[in-house]
Each structure stands twice: as C-alpha cells, then as structure tokens.
Ligand binder design. Structure first.
Ligand SMILES: *[C@@H]1O[C@H](CO)[C@@H](O)[C@H](O)[C@H]1NC(C)=O
Ligand SMILES: *[C@@H]1O[C@H](CO)[C@@H](O)[C@H](O)[C@H]1NC(C)=O
Ligand SMILES: *[C@@H]1O[C@H](CO)[C@@H](O)[C@H](O)[C@H]1NC(C)=O
Length: 374
C-alpha cells in the first residue's frame, strides 16, 4: 500500500530538484511547505508566504492537556509511569506546544483519524530508550482514543509490536541503540561504523522514525562494545562525536539505497536533551532535574542545544533521499520539569533526567508528527 496522498502533496508543492549544495535548503523548504500545507488545510490562506516553523515556539499552560490519562494505558512501563511511581505534581503534563507566529497552531492529536490514515500500514520506531519513550507515548495516545478496539502486544527479540487489530495498524519498536552493528568477534564486541545489517528489519515499513545519540557517550561497564571498527581499522576507542557522525553517514547511505519515497516516509527523531546541570537553565545550584515543576518560559534555553544536533543536521543536509527531521531538541530543552527524576525506574538512587514522564513531552513529539502527515 503506497502513500498516494503523500506523493500528491510532493507534486503539488514540488521543490526544485535538489543539487548537492542546496539540498539542506531544499529539505528546510519542504518542512516549511509541509507545515504551511497543514495550515492551509485548516483554513489558512494560500497567499501567505510559508512562515510556520512548528519547532520554534513556547509552552503554554492548557488544562485540556494531557491528551490521555496514563492510568488507561496499563502497558506503560514503570520507567515512564511517573504518577504511578508517586510523582505528586501534575501540572507538568498540562502544557501545550505553541509554535511562534500567528495562524501557526498545531492541530490537536486525533487518534481515530491517525489510525484511519494509517489503516493497513506499519510504523516503526528504531533506536534507544528514547524511541521506546516515544513509541509508548504513541501507543497510549492511540489506545486512549479508541479504548474499545482490540490490540495485541508481542515481542520477538529486539522488536516489539503493538497491533491495532481492527485497523491493521502496527506500531513497532526496534531496539537498536547505535543503528550500526555491534558484532561479537574473537577479539570481543566490535562496534562497526560502516556495517548496518540491522537494516534488514526496516525494509518495507511504511513510516520509519529513527534515533540514536544517548549511547555514543557510554563508557565503563555499561558500554556494550570493546572495539570500534572503521573501514579496515580497529580502534580501542575514538572521538565519540566523530564515530557518531560516521555511523549516521552509514545510516544515510542505507536510506539512500533502500528507501522508496513513494512507499515509505522517513523521519529522524532529533536529539532528546537531558537536564542534569542547572547552570544550563540559570539555576547553578540544581544538580539534576529533581523538584522542577515548570518549563522554561519563552523560547530560548540558556545552555543552547547539545553539540550532537549540529552533527546530525550536517549529515541530514547531505542525504540523498527525503528525511524529515522531527526537530524536538529546542522544545524539549525547555522542559526541565518533564523527566521522571526520582519517579522513574531507579527511584531515588538513580535520578532519571534523560527519559520523559508519560503522559508528557513525547506526546508533543507525536502531536507534531501527526501534524506533519496531515
Ligand atoms: C534552536 O535554538 C538555537 C539556539 O539555541 C537556534 O539557533 C535554532 O534556530 C533553534 N532551532 C529551532 C528549530 O528553533
Ligand atoms: C497476537 O500476535 C501473535 C503473534 O503475532 C499472534 O500469534 C496472535 O494470534 C495475535 N493475537 C490476536 C488476538 O490477534
Ligand atoms: C554545567 O554547565 C556549565 C555551563 O555549560 C559548565 O561550565 C559546567 O562544567 C557544567 N557542570 C558539569 C558538572 O558538567
């Protein structure tokens, strides 16, 4: 089953063919046009120039949020179930993302509509636990919209599948923290920057949402490899940002070789930020996100985006097939209040300021994803 409506949209707003030096502009334009298209579809004027960037904006209190009561989703894992784990404040879930600029509002997520649009299709998140966070958010957003429809959760190896049986929609998660391969060899576990056999699982999926970053800085006992291989060279270690860029480039090559844009839509979930250092939000005494109850006001985060964002955008600007960056870094940076802190998996002993409570911030990532396919 193809993406008739998607192809049609690409024709209607066909950007000039990408030349290597202009491809980043082309992708930015595509994003803006998509947001513009969504706006026009809601009654905005086609005469207005494209000006709506859904990723720039601020958080506004809105008592009609959260989009769901997390207690109706028993399948939300303990790691993200902050209220179930005893988080006493609830205001953090009552914010709506408001893009800048008049007439540039997001459509509220409509789970039934999403399922109808995706009927018979398969969606797959690929990445680390931040992908799991977004996957659980989406399955709960959909399930809470159609609570009486049958679902089935299954798992095989690293792939979990949440199937909405009445719609033929599968929302899958492939846990793959580096996207490139880690292979057990006689010398030990080797992280192979130019091997991406894991991609076999991504073939033929209608919508793919990739992510990798948080594991690139792992060291010590939780680092899941012993050597890095780049081409024929084997290293004990190397600059992690360089390794990250090489792996992303391998992934971009996979997309170029294997994705048919008429059949599959590819997104990259941007870098999800952590909040362990209060200096970054002008509160130097804060050593973690614990006790944070409000987002940053306005649109700017004093600490600026993590350096991995520039690396990611650099690779995406050179990619040969359309990939839409779900650029959630800035909006999530403002949400120092959105993490589980001591109401996550580790309790008081392992402060979690990396993942996000559900309901919460990843619901907005999915609400934006929904707006991008309207
Ligand atoms: C994110 O913030 C940085 C500065 O902190 C800015 O340069 C960039 O344009 C912002 N991106 C978006 C999508 O708002
Ligand atoms: C759920 O999925 C499993 C594995 O694919 C399958 O064997 C089972 O029949 C499914 N259950 C329903 C109710 O469809
Ligand atoms: C916190 O951030 C500030 C400003 O970016 C930096 O100077 C400082 O070293 C950081 N502290 C820690 C413990 O990482």
């Amino acid at each position: 089953m193809g993406w008739g409506w998607w192809a049609q949209r690409q024709c209607r707003w066909a950007p000039p063919p990408p030349s290597p030096s202009h491809s980043s502009h082309w992708k930015l334009a595509l994003l803006t046009l998509m947001a513009w298209g969504a706006e026009a579809a809601r009654g905005g004027s086609n005469r207005d120039p494209p000006r709506c960037d859904v990723f720039q904006g601020s958080w506004v209190a809105d008592s009609s949020y959260p989009l769901y009561d997390p207690s109706v989703c028993p399948f939300i894992e303990r790691e993200f179930a902050c209220l179930r784990n005893g988080r006493p404040d609830v205001a953090f879930a009552k914010y709506r993302w408001q893009p800048l600029g008049g007439g540039c509002s997001l459509s509220r997520f409509d789970g039934h509509d999403f399922l109808e649009r995706m009927r018979g299709k398969t969606i797959m998140f690929v990445g680390d636990s931040l992908s799991r966070n977004q996957w659980q958010s989406l399955t709960c957003m959909l399930h809470s919209a159609v609570p009486n429809t049958k679902y089935n959760i299954t798992r095989q190896d690293d792939v979990s599948t949440f199937a909405f049986l009445d719609y033929g929609v599968k929302v899958m998660l492939d846990r793959n923290v580096y996207l490139v391969d880690v292979v057990r060899e006689p010398i030990g576990r080797v992280l192979k920057l130019d091997s991406i056999q894991g991609g076999k699982l991504w073939m033929g999926i209608d919508m793919l949402i990739f992510n990798t970053w948080h594991w690139w800085n792992r060291r010590g006992p939780t680092q899941p490899w012993d050597y890095i291989q780049d081409g024929k060279q084997i290293y004990k270690d190397m600059d992690r940002m360089v390794a990250f860029e090489k792996a992303l480039t391998t992934w971009a090559g996979w997309v170029a070789a294997n994705i048919d844009p008429a059949k599959s839509k590819v997104f990259f979930q941007g870098i999800s930020p952590s909040h362990y250092n209060g200096t970054q939000w002008n509160e130097p005494s804060a050593k973690s996100c614990v006790g944070q109850k409000q987002p940053m006001p306005g649109s700017t985060y004093p600490g600026g985006p993590p350096p991995a964002v520039a690396v990611l955008k650099g690779v995406l600007s050179k990619i040969k097939k359309p990939v839409v960056l779900l650029d959630i870094t800035n909006l999530s940076l403002l949400r120092k209040d959105g993490h589980p802190s001591m109401y996550g998996l580790g309790g008081r002993t392992a402060m979690d300021c990396s993942h996000w409570c559900l309901s919460g911030v990843p619901d907005t990532w999915n609400e934006i994803l929904y707006n991008l396919i309207l």
